[in-house]
Design a protein around this ligand. Sequence first.
Ligand code: FES
Ligand SMILES: [Fe+2]
Length: 381
Amino acid sequence: MSEAPSTLTRLAHRLAEDVARGTPQQGTPAQLDVQRYLDPRRLEAELALMRRGPVILAHASELPRSGRLAVQRLGLPLLLSRDAQGAVYGHYNVCRHRGMRLVEPGAAECRSFVCPYHGWTYALDGRLTGLLHRETFDRLPLGLRPFPLVERHGLLWGWPALEGREPPQDPQQWLGGIGAELDYFGLTQAAVFRRTEVERRCNWKLVVEAFLEGYHIRVLHRDSIYPFFLDAATISEPVGPHFRSAAARRRLSGLAPGTIPDLRLDCTFTHYLFPNSVLIFHPDYTSLITLWPLAPDRVLWSHALLVPAPSLTEDTREHSDRSFELIERNVFQNEDLVACEGIQAGLASGANVSLSCGSLEGALGQLHAEWDRRLSEGVTS
Ligand code: FES
Ligand SMILES: [Fe+2]
């Protein structure tokens, strides 16, 4: 493995010092207005911002060479494709003739797209390459409606609201130092072991918040992951609009002073990537979580478990099965998401006008301040 980026080792060191001193990081307490989670106009503005991108649409291993991946994201039917040379393309999954959906959701190998209605045919790069009775049309489109899509750090980044192929920026720039960290954690060499998608009844931001503070681990996760973690020992810092954070595992408290902590065994890094993704670097696998808002009180939870690609053998499959069961079902579905739904159920009651965040939850106030700033910059489409 390559040398760890100093951005990670520095944060792990600070966390180890905090643990040794017994003083967890303190942030600024905040009050969060409940309308943030209820207002449909706010959700529309958030969706508009997300559609402008960049958003993580898939892990690179989910898009076959000479093939496609069709997904419904942010209310848009999107079609990702990869040609035989490995180049990737983003288009709307909508026929240019009379608007039929071109392909069913999911991944498949293919050489072209043939519309099931009248048979218009498109190449993987979106060009219209064939149609019956061409002479009966006075005007023909050049091809499918494109949006910018690029592959970086093992992920597919899209700007769905933009028309054309040219991305407005490189994800590496967008991520600040985090791009090198994703490389260090091996995302480019990883493969998706399994992905779960499930609709849950809560605002998407409540789910992000659950990954931005460690205050709840001792109680909510008492019987699942708390045995592996120290109480209230997390550290986080903003990186542009994103967050880099680390939670102390119990092993960290036994570390000799001055020793460099193991970045996966002594602590667990969790990165929030603006606007709607969370990456968690567990000891031997990675969770890639993307949250797709459907309504103020509904979200599509999408969780891909990434494992090092060469380790996908029969022997490791059983281990990965157990890991997925523990983290996806026992922890995320039955604990974190149940809590988020429990909050959402009470939001409209008027019991709380605002929600209180203490100094152990300092990242939440920062997260909302960043969203407020970006929304006020005036996104209208
Ligand atoms: S709608 Fe696609 S070929 Fe007619
Ligand atoms: Fe949690």
